[in-house]
Design a binder for this molecule. Structure first.
Ligand code: AMP
Ligand code: MG
Length: 418
């Protein structure tokens, strides 16, 4: 199939470099540790004390002087009990033992723990041990997990359940985090009606806003729906200005060369430097990336992504390109989730644009043959950039380089996880 000449457009690699080169200043805030799930830490977190803060018993049993139980059987006098959250107030003397619980501090003078399973009570205040004690056994020494002032969570780390527990342990009741990027979505097009409305014969429902709001939320943003607007430069300008109250504005539709495509001009009029206006990518050619102002000025209203109205195009451009800026605005690094697999069928040569072919990536099932070491990649019969229905069946894109020769069945390929 012949295509218009695209050699004057920039490629995806170049667009990635342009987007990655833009300086960003993520917003920093403090939130209660229980609300920080999924956010990134904005400062290094240090241990506020030793962990554990005392020599700690790792077992329910008896704290002993190991010299007293050098051989077994041996019998000692039980002179007290120490549970987690309490302490034994004097030094343990020869011939004495203290019943101790997991998590309790070791009494002074004790240097071993004998688990309750290896003991037998004889009368009220004596205990017999079947096995000798080993010095230091079942004791976690003070500071053995982390020392006071030690780095326990680095700036930039994503706070998941375990990291939140670490923050809580070191007393960060409020954690310094990068705020989620504030992102707005605007759809443009005379043909659009809101999803709750019945479209006329020549109208369509605004599915892009629903898709993008979901995708952007998944990418860690706080999202605002600015709705949709007709292909009228004045209305578009007003709606865009509303959207520019946020850090990043996504506009879909009206991005290409048609007589009703006003968005790029409106963005220029609003002072945006359009760093990308067309891309050698399929789908997604009419992709726009614009920047205004400097990183030192307010972040709000600084970035705009213009996406083609065709849903799969907008999806690809958001996942492959816009996500990189959003990751940095959230205090992280761009992340590409590549998977490998073997092609289930051969594929024709690719054209001059980097091609994102929807596929199903499926992990190999059990087995020991060499083939089972790899996942399978099944290309879907995709009918073009408007074909949402096939996109909804896919879980990855096979990314085909510009002008790639035919691929034989069984070729090992990389796919980008959706
Ligand atoms: P455009 O980029 O404005 O030329 O639109 C390209 C195609 O995408 C057209 O068929 C539009 O009807 C369709 N389209 C544009 N905006 C949306 C939207 N918000 N939801 C679903 N389809 C859209
Ligand atoms: Mg349009």
């Amino acid at each position: 199939m012949s295509e218009p000449d695209v050699s004057n457009l920039i490629g995806v690699t170049q667009a990635v470099a342009i987007i990655d080169a833009v300086r960003v200043t993520p917003r920093v805030t403090r939130v209660p540790v229980v609300d920080a799930l999924g956010l990134r830490l904005a400062e290094n977190l240090l241990a506020d004390r030793d962990f554990p803060p005392f020599d700690k018993s790792q077992m329910d049993g008896y704290a002993v002087r190991s010299a007293d139980v050098a051989t077994a059987p041996a019998e000692l006098a039980v002179v007290g009990e120490v549970a987690a959250g309490t302490s034994f107030e004097r030094e343990l003397q020869p011939g004495e033992t203290v019943a101790i619980m997991t998590g309790a501090p070791m009494p002074a003078g004790a240097d071993g723990v004998i688990p309750v399973e290896d003991s037998e009570r004889v009368g009220d205040d004596r205990v017999r041990f079947a096995k000798p004690a080993v010095r230091g056994r079942y004791i976690a020494p003070r500071g053995s997990d982390a020392k006071e002032k030690q780095l326990v969570l680095p700036k930039g780390v994503r706070l998941d359940a375990a990291q939140l527990a670490v923050a809580a342990s070191v007393g960060a009741a409020e954690v310094p985090v990068f705020e989620r990027p504030r992102v707005a979505v605007l759809s443009t097009g005379d043909e659009l009606v809101p999803v709750e409305q019945t479209p006329g014969p020549h109208q369509i429902r605004n599915s892009n806003s629903v898709m993008l709001l979901a995708l952007l939320r998944k990418l860690g943003c706080q999202v605002t729906d600015v709705g949709s607007v007709r292909d009228d430069p004045e209305l578009i300008r007003a709606a865009i200005e509303e959207g520019l109250k946020h850090d990043v504005l996504f506009v879909t539709g009206g991005m290409s060369m048609g007589t009703h495509d006003h968005v790029p001009q409106v963005l220029k009029d609003l002072g945006f430097d359009l760093k990308v206006t067309k891309l050698r990518v399929k789908p997604g050619k009419p992709f726009v990336f614009g920047v205004r102002g400097t990183a030192e000025e307010a972040t709000a209203g600084r970035f705009v992504f213009g996406l083609p109205g065709n849903p799969v195009s907008g999806f690809v451009c958001t996942v492959r390109l816009a996500s990189r800026l959003l990751a940095r605005l959230a205090g992280g690094e761009p992340r590409e989730k590549w998977l490998a697999g073997r092609l289930e069928v051969g594929m024709a040569p690719n054209g001059p644009r980097e091609f994102y072919q929807p596929v199903i990536w499926s992990p190999a099932q059990g087995g020991t043959s060499a083939r089972s070491e790899f996942a399978n990649v099944t290309p879907l019969n995709w009918k073009g950039s408007a074909d949402l229905f096939t996109l909804a069946k896919a879980n990855a894109f096979l990314v085909r380089p510009e002008n790639e020769p035919p691929l034989a069945k069984g070729t090992l390929v990389r796919v980008l996880e959706i």
